[in-house]
Ligand binder design. Sequence first.
Ligand SMILES: [Fe+2]
Length: 191
Amino acid sequence: MHPIQALRDEHQLIEQVLSAVEARLEELDGVPFPRVFFDRALAFLDTFADGSHRYREERALFPLMEARGIARRGGPVGTSEGDHDYGRVFLAGVRENLDAAESGSPGAVAAVRDYGALYVRLLRHHIGREETVLFPLAETALTTSDLARLERQFALAPPPASCRTFAAEVGGNPCDGRAGGGPTRAVTLRS
Ligand SMILES: [Fe+2]
């Protein structure tokens, strides 16, 4: 698969999980805290969005773009890296409040909702910018040889298989190109 298309497909996967997280955040009041769901969502986001996907961009794609004259700082590449860092902070905010939220602390539940909402909003903007600015820039700047090299690097480090499992549960599995569902199906997942 074309490596930039592979990254676009990964965004689709992440967006489906974001929709599932958003649906859970919106119904936190008045229901038992869905700890299992948040543990699994965080595992997905840690290992995939902030793991293999981020690695593919920061360690493989961005250096090649820089080698083709696209500055790493002060442009779309630097913006993406900054988003990745903020995303990690927001995920940590969710994670550190899970125990208290599960124990019924209203403040912790509110913190999970606030940090989670910040993360969802950030990632959606981030993905939108990459899809409309950064990836088209890469497609213009990278050579055929660069793309072949990226494809080889990606093949050496495929996304964790668990991403398929979790994404399938929340509404389809973009990993295999058969995405479906979305928020409507996402809310049917129960911890
Ligand atoms: Fe990305």
